[in-house]
Design a protein around this ligand. Structure first.
Ligand SMILES: Cc1cc2nc3c(=O)[nH]c(=O)nc-3n(C[C@H](O)[C@H](O)[C@H](O)COP(=O)(O)OP(=O)(O)OC[C@H]3O[C@@H](n4cnc5c(N)ncnc54)[C@H](O)[C@@H]3O)c2cc1C
Length: 339
């Protein structure tokens, strides 16, 4: 690891200034992924500015509170474990609690923050290994070693010739499904952006991953209200049952009224270059009676645009079955129950 200086941000403007100075300066929240990247030499900031103390002067940064419209606002410095356990989240948004609990380990979740979680970088092995020169995300214009190399874990949706790296966050999948809103602030003021728009497709510039501008920080995430009686669920499939990133995952929120699906919120994880909302699956579900054949069709629609490579083709049927299963679970039609 290269030498770096450490200081605590005195106030939010100091955090904005530090963000403006990226990548020479990096904001430090829980540090659970930034320090890993520094040890690997993937990130090499000369200066770390710790923002965790800002919650003392600006408590909203770490609070989990009801929004005026019935939703919930989660401060960016709230820890993953605190959010997962909070009654406002666990009771109204099980999909968020479950996504958080399925991520990392208990120790990491006690340190890691919501803002840091959304800004974690891909786990693509070629991105994380600086001895491999070709990675457009790490060194723009250098190529994509994963395309010709081992790409079992790579994306089947949203990839570009420049990059096939998957987005790693479980929480982000739940937020995109729920159509959550990310709150940003900088010296120019505050702005809000839909979670789906916050995460960018790689296109020709995979080094640009989010809509966060230089000089901005994430201050909060807002979960919109769900209709009374709506149910949600997060299903994650991985190579081992704990302490592992998703091969595939599905975040679903469904509202059934008078026997018909009145609202559907669907996103896939582990399979795409960004948390992958599926309007195709949502359209297939809305207005119909919940049933296993319907879920099969909707899940097929969600992966219809997949473009797999030789090693990751298994992800297409796996993602389809993951979504099918998540829908069956959330509507009580899982195996062993009456259709
Ligand atoms: C072994 C291991 C397993 C893991 N498994 C999973 C998993 O299965 N699923 C999953 O989702 N995650 C997993 N993670 C990732 C983990 O969730 C992240 O490390 C964590 O959420 C990052 O939060 P942090 O506060 O520690 O971020 P930091 O490491 O402090 O920061 C991460 C990045 O975000 C920036 N940043 C942080 N906060 C803000 C802010 N408010 N505004 C602007 N920039 C900010 C930092 O500058 C940095 O660039 C795993 C991590 C490890 C080490």
């Amino acid at each position: 690891m290269r030498p770096f200086s450490y200081e605590r941000a005195a106030d939010l403007p100091a955090a904005f200034a530090a963000s403006q100075d990226a990548p020479t300066t990096a904001l430090l929240a829980g540090g659970t992924t930034l320090l890993d990247l520094m040890k690997l030499d993937v990130a090499a900031p000369a200066r770390l500015v710790d923002i965790t103390g800002l919650a003392a002067s600006t408590p909203a940064l770490a609070e989990i509170r009801p929004a005026s419209d019935g939703g919930v606002v989660i401060g960016a410095l709230a820890r993953m474990s605190a959010v997962a356990e909070h009654p406002l989240v666990a009771d109204q948004y099980p999909v968020v609690s479950q996504a958080l609990v399925k991520g990392a380990s208990a120790q990491l979740r006690n340190m890691a923050t919501i803002g840091g979680n959304l800004l974690q970088r891909t786990r693509c092995v070629y991105f994380r290994d600086v001895s491999i020169p070709e990675c457009n995300k790490r060194v723009p214009g250098s190529g994509c070693a994963a395309r010709l190399g081992v790409h079992r874990l790579s994306a089947v949706l949203g990839a570009s010739p420049a990059c096939i790296a998957t987005h790693p966050s479980d929480l982000a999948v739940a937020l995109v499904a729920l159509q959550a809103v990310v709150h940003l602030a900088g010296s120019g003021g505050e702005r809000r952006i839909a979670a789906d728009a916050f995460f960018l497709l790689p296109g020709d510039h995979p080094e640009r991953e989010t809509a966060l501008a230089p000089g901005e920080v994430i201050t909060a995430v807002e979960l919109p209200p769900l209709p009374v009686g709506a149910r949600s669920h997060y299903l994650k499939v991985r190579d081992r049952e704990s302490y592992e990133f998703a091969l595939t995952s599905a975040a679903v929120a469904i509202h059934v009224a008078d026997g018909l699906i009145a609202a559907a919120h669907i996103a896939l994880g582990g399979v795409a270059t960004k948390p992958w909302r599926s309007p195709e699956a949502e359209r297939a579900l809305i207005g119909n009676v919940p049933s296993r054949p319907l879920f099969k069709d909707a899940s097929a629609a969600a992966v219809a645009g997949a473009a797999p490579l030789p090693h990751n083709a298994f992800k297409v049927p796996l993602a389809r079955r993951t979504l099918e299963r998540a829908l069956a679970t959330v509507t009580g039609l899982a195996e062993g129950e009456m259709p």
